[in-house]
Design a protein around this ligand. Structure first.
Ligand SMILES: Nc1ncnc2c1ncn2[C@@H]1O[C@H](COP(=O)(O)OP(=O)(O)O)[C@@H](O)[C@H]1O
Ligand SMILES: [Mg+2]
Length: 241
């Protein structure tokens, strides 16, 4: 598919298949088109040419509420809507049960700090003091509580320290419910958790493969900042073949 923005082609001939129940990480330099790809995947926008299918059905053919039930999102800077923290996490759920909300918050490592708020889960969103990382964790909790078939995380772990990010990706990709996930990732450790990585470069898919395979390429390593992180376990010496 192809998508244009501001008079130029931002995504060009992108053709990706994410098998149901698997996680695809999307990596690439800033401006490569990752966020636009994520928004097309959940139909926050439509491509200018081509189609996005979810379980074989074009997204354009899904009714609005069916689409919203199917797709959960988390963003780098989530807009938290709702009066209380509990409502903010349960946003969009038909009948958000307290158990489901707390379980999602635990998976997002948000439960501890929410319980320390003056009124816990009943604290007004506006009164909840939040760092960037705490906001992200509430946004993640909302996405996890959603529980749709497709979960899209667009830089949604970017303000977390590496240990917290690791705990969350382990919980998410471990034995959690096996939805399909699109994970726009900045850190090599996160990309390494995915079943496959799509490497976007200036709006085109440069390569699709496992992180440890792509890691052999110096240009791929450069996406993550050369030398910034050690090679993942199982990767080669780092020399380009
Ligand atoms: N609404 C828009 N109008 C003009 N240009 C846009 C718009 N949205 C995105 N772009 C451009 O498209 C490119 C890809 O953007 P984006 O998908 O946000 O990249 P990434 O998430 O990989 O950093 C960038 O060059 C960006 O400036
Ligand atoms: Mg982006």
């Amino acid at each position: 598919m192809t998508a244009r923005r501001g008079g130029r082609t931002v995504l060009d001939g992108v053709d990706l298949v994410v098998p149901g129940g698997t996680t695809l990480a999307v990596v690439g330099r800033s401006g490569a088109g990752k966020s636009l790809l994520a928004s097309l995947a959940g139909r926050l926008a439509d491509p200018d040419a081509g189609e996005v299918l979810l379980d074989g059905v074009p997204l354009r053919e899904l009714p609005h509420d069916g689409l919203r039930r199917a797709v959960g999102y988390a963003f780098a800077r989530p807009a938290l809507l709702g009066d209380t923290v509990e409502q903010a996490i349960g946003l969009g759920l038909a009948s958000p049960s307290p158990d489901r909300i707390r379980e999602a918050a635990r998976t997002a490592l948000a439960d501890d700090f929410v319980r320390r708020l003056p009124d816990g889960y009943d604290t007004a969103v506006a009164d909840a003091p939040r760092s960037g990382g705490e906001s992200q964790r509430l946004g993640l909790a909302r996405a996890f509580a959603h529980g749709g078939r497709l979960l899209i995380l667009d830089d949604a772990l970017s303000s977390l320290d590496t240990v917290t990010e690791r705990h969350i990706t382990d919980a998410l990709l471990g034995d959690g419910p096996a939805g399909t996930r699109l994970l726009v990732a900045h850190r090599s450790a996160t990309a390494a958790c995915a079943d496959a990585v799509a490497w976007l470069d200036a709006g085109r898919v440069r390569a699709v493969g496992r992180h440890e395979e792509l890691w052999r390429l110096a240009e791929y390593r450069a996406v993550f900042g050369e030398g910034a992180e050690p090679a993942p376990a199982g990767a080669g010496s780092g020399a380009e073949a």
